[in-house]
Design a protein around this ligand. Structure first.
Ligand code: GLC
Length: 531
């Protein structure tokens, strides 16, 4: 692939949860050196970019998303020199590195917050959102935290409440203060100057809050479940119009670099219509995560609706981004496929044959499932608080590179920071098996590289029998996926040949007439050009 932007416009990227990918120093926690040691796996797979969850110093109240220093590397994960070495080693393999930027909040251990809470007169006080108590002495308004409970904590020493849309140890920054925006410009430059290709931006839709701190209105019947749990619509603490000013500012800054640096938003919205505005007019985020797709039931009608709506609503020239798992969501082989291997293969075929940018989550390529993490090993504050809801640890457990001691993740005998799950699906066992999930993933990425239609060809959904999701990509490619548990036939006639089937025995099969699919089976067909 050549061209400065094709890697993110058409390519497959890969999310690494650094603590769980590979542990080079044998302390049970993954690290940057471990990632460097495993880059060949990613190059072999055909990955063009990686996104690392936060690597910055953190007390880990929310596992890196509570940043204590935006311009350094957490010593558990390595050093700035290791990060530079990783960027260089990845570049040597044609892989770009995206870091995670957390601009909504800092850690309460960040020097800005320590200073801010030291006195009402401190120059950093206004870096955060402070407010006087309500007349009854309670919180200044009714906002609730994404992690439950009020979004405000009272600071005894200075007699005001501070805002936190997540944990009380994650105070929200005040984006109405121009000094905050200036400080972040410096942070972006710090990393861009080091050769980092861009950022995934944490809760990008959320960073600006109502200046007047007005109460949120109550939920309405029919609002999505997460809002029902909170009991209110986040009208005044999410998706404010001014958020777009910040994104445009960052885009202008990113565009001053050669090649331009790339901004990928965690735009956690329930509806595609709410995701689209984050692309602006091509002057805001380059990519906005399509959470409605990831959260969609694995059912042809629902998937088709999200895909069609995404394709229809994105402005021309803007690129959709598809992902099915991440560190906040249950892994798709569990959530969509209930662990079933055939269905997992169909899901991977779907993901890797959509137009635009695809993000795999580490382990997706081997069909890794969620891990049952026993209560006494839970570390995610959400899981700890809401047990028996498992929280997010099940999708964050160490990568199984092989099934021997240490699983290739850490040294034999070392207890990893989160427990290993099943080692049955592991990289080593799948790597040399042409029929494995891993081989299928690699071959689908290779086919995407080889066929322009698969990378950039227009997406056109087709009418299909119950259980089947079918679409054309560009002129020549037909993708047919049977998600159901009954055999199905896509009436044709079709003329062409199967390039890859989820059951590999169908590779190279000629198609002439209707296309028959077994339950939980998919095929990518290259159609014959009319003579
Ligand atoms: C984002 C992150 C999540 C984190 C939260 C608060 O949603 O993906 O892991 O807990 O922001 O930073």
């Amino acid at each position: 692939m050549s061209g400065d932007d094709r890697w993110w416009r058409e390519g497959v990227c890969y999310q690494i949860y650094p603590r769980s990918f590979a542990d080079a120093d044998g302390d049970g926690v993954g690290d940057l050196r471990g990632i460097i040691d495993r880059l060949d796996h990613l190059a072999w797979l055909g990955v063009r970019g990686v996104w690392l969850n936060p690597v910055t110093p953190s007390p880990n109240a929310d596992w890196g998303y509570d940043v204590a220093d935006y311009c350094d590397v957490d010593p558990t994960l390595g050093s700035l020199a290791d990060l530079d070495a990783l960027v260089a080693a990845a570049a040597g393999r044609g892989i770009r590195v995206l870091l995670d930027l957390v601009p909504n909040h800092t850690s309460d251990a960040h020097p800005w917050f320590r200073a801010a809470r030291s006195s009402r007169d401190d120059p950093h006080r206004d870096f955060y959102v402070w407010a006087d108590p309500a007349p009854d002495g309670g919180p200044p308004n009714n906002w609730v935290s994404t992690f439950g409970g009020p979004a405000w904590t009272f600071d005894e020493a200075t007699g005001q409440w501070y805002l936190h849309n997540f944990l009380d140890r994650q105070p929200d920054l005040n984006w109405w203060n121009p000094a905050v925006a200036d400080a972040f410009d410096e942070i972006l430059r710090f990393w861009f100057d080091r050769g980092v290709a861009g950022f995934r931006i944490d809760v990008a839709h959320m960073i600006v809050k109502d200046r007047h701190l007005r109460d949120n209105p109550p939920v309405l019947a029919g609002d999505p479940f997460p809002l029902q749990v909170r009991g209110q619509r986040p009208v005044f603490n999410e998706r404010l119009p001014e958020v777009h000013d910040v994104h445009r500012r960052w885009r202008r800054l990113a565009d001053t670099y050669t090649p331009p640096r790339v901004l990928v938003g965690e735009t956690f919205c329930e509806d595609v219509r709410d995701v689209v505005p984050f692309y602006g007019r091509g002057d805001e985020l380059h990519l906005a995560f399509n959470i409605p797709f990831a959260l969609c039931p694995f059912e042809p009608g629902a998937l088709r609706a999200v895909i069609d709506e995404t394709e229809a609503r994105l402005p021309p020239g803007c690129v959709p981004v598809w992902t099915a798992s991440n560190h906040d969501l249950s892994r798709f082989p569990t959530r969509w496929c209930d662990g079933d291997e055939a269905t997992t293969r169909v899901a991977l075929m779907l993901l890797l044959t959509l137009r635009g940018c695809v993000f795999l989550y580490y382990g997706d390529e081997i069909g890794l499932c969620d891990t049952d993490v026993p209560r006494e090993r839970l570390l995610d504050p959400v899981g700890v608080r809401f047990h028996p809801y498992a929280g997010r640890d099940p999708q964050r457990t160490p990568m199984p590179w092989h099934d021997g001691p240490g699983a290739g993740f850490t040294r034999a005998g070392v207890e990893p920071w989160l427990p290993f799950g099943s080692l049955e699906r592991n990289v080593a066992v799948q790597r040399h098996d042409p029929d494995s999930i891993l081989s299928l993933t690699r071959d689908l990425i290779g086919l995407r590289d080889a066929l322009g239609d698969l990378r950039t060809g227009l997406h056109r959904s087709l009418e299909a029998p119950p259980g089947v999701l079918a679409y054309r990509r560009g002129e020549d490619v037909l993708v047919a996926l049977n998600l159901g548990d009954e055999p199905a036939t896509l009436p044709g006639p079709w003329h062409g040949s199967v390039r890859i089937g989820t059951r590999r025995s169908r590779d190279e099969e000629r198609v002439a007439g209707p296309l028959a699919l077994e339950p939980a089976e998919g095929v990518v067909v290259v159609l014959d050009r009319p003579a």
